[in-house]
Design a binder for this molecule. Structure first.
Ligand code: C5P
Length: 239
């Protein structure tokens, strides 16, 4: 009998081998962490909501010409994705000041930018994911110059699409983080997840935070906020 092998367990997801070497199964967990594992918790229903929200966003972006790893939903908490090698670079796009950038540069949270700001972070828990620039990426050989250009361009396209989509749903996309992977053919794909764990979403009318900041800052109603995002996307059950 085929026994699924656990390839990797992260803070919010588990990755399993499948019978196809080019595909892996991702299981979204209810576990929540913040501040590089310094704060740990459990958000009931998060795994299911993030699995569905992420699938929805990948599908939406794919239909608009953005290449990603998502293939299909397998269950309420699992999805099938292309197997990729994740580049150790996190790409953050910001439309307003918030979080670490507001703190680093002394900007008032919520300040709206005339154009989006793209940042790169070195994905390394030991170092606490430091902010890096394109020269650091080249020096540390984390990605090629071409991959850096592609990541920047794709991240801005994702931003443009998701800002428009969320605005229609009455939500401001404040910022988000993307991870990229390289598949067996050498193609660069948007990978990991796109969900309230990795984006900041603010209600356009009330300013209410509908994302992981509710967990990070102990604001309560965390699951409700994630569910609100799912409800606004207006989707029925996908599986
Ligand atoms: O914490 P910071 O302000 O740098 O986060 C910017 C954006 O990237 C936020 O939407 C946050 O949720 C996301 N992020 C993430 N994973 C990280 C760091 C940031 O999803 N390790």
């Amino acid at each position: 009998m085929y026994r699924p092998e656990l390839l990797y367990e992260g803070k919010a997801k588990k990755i399993f081998r499948t019978e196809d070497p080019e595909r892996v199964r991702v299981e979204y967990k209810d576990d929540a962490t913040a501040y590089n594992g310094g704060k740990k918790g459990f958000i009931t229903g998060k795994g299911e909501l993030n699995n569905r929200i992420s699938a929805f966003f990948f599908d939406y972006l794919g239909k608009r010409g953005i290449r990603h790893h998502f293939l299909s939903l397998l269950s309420s908490t699992e999805q099938l994705v292309k197997r990729v090698t994740i580049l150790p670079v996190e790409v953050v796009v910001r439309n307003r000041a918030a979080g670490s950038m507001a703190k680093r540069l002394g900007l008032e949270e919520g300040l709206s930018f005339p154009r989006p700001v793209v940042e790169f972070y070195y994905k390394d828990d030991r170092l606490g994911d430091p902010l890096i620039n394109e020269d650091h990426i080249a020096l540390l050989e984390l990605a090629t110059r071409k991959q850096v250009m592609d990541m920047r361009e794709t991240a801005l396209k994702v931003n443009q699409q998701l800002v428009g989509l969320m605005a229609e749903k009455g939500v401001d996309l404040v910022d988000f983080k993307l991870e990229f992977g390289v598949d067996g053919r050498g193609d660069l794909l948007v990978a990991d997840e796109i969900s309230p764990d990795t984006c900041r979403f603010w209600d356009r009318v009330t300013g209410k935070k509908l994302d992981k900041d509710r967990f990070r800052r102990d604001l309560g109603e965390v699951e409700d906020a994630y569910r609100e995002i799912w409800n606004r996307l207006g989707e029925d059950v996908l599986v």
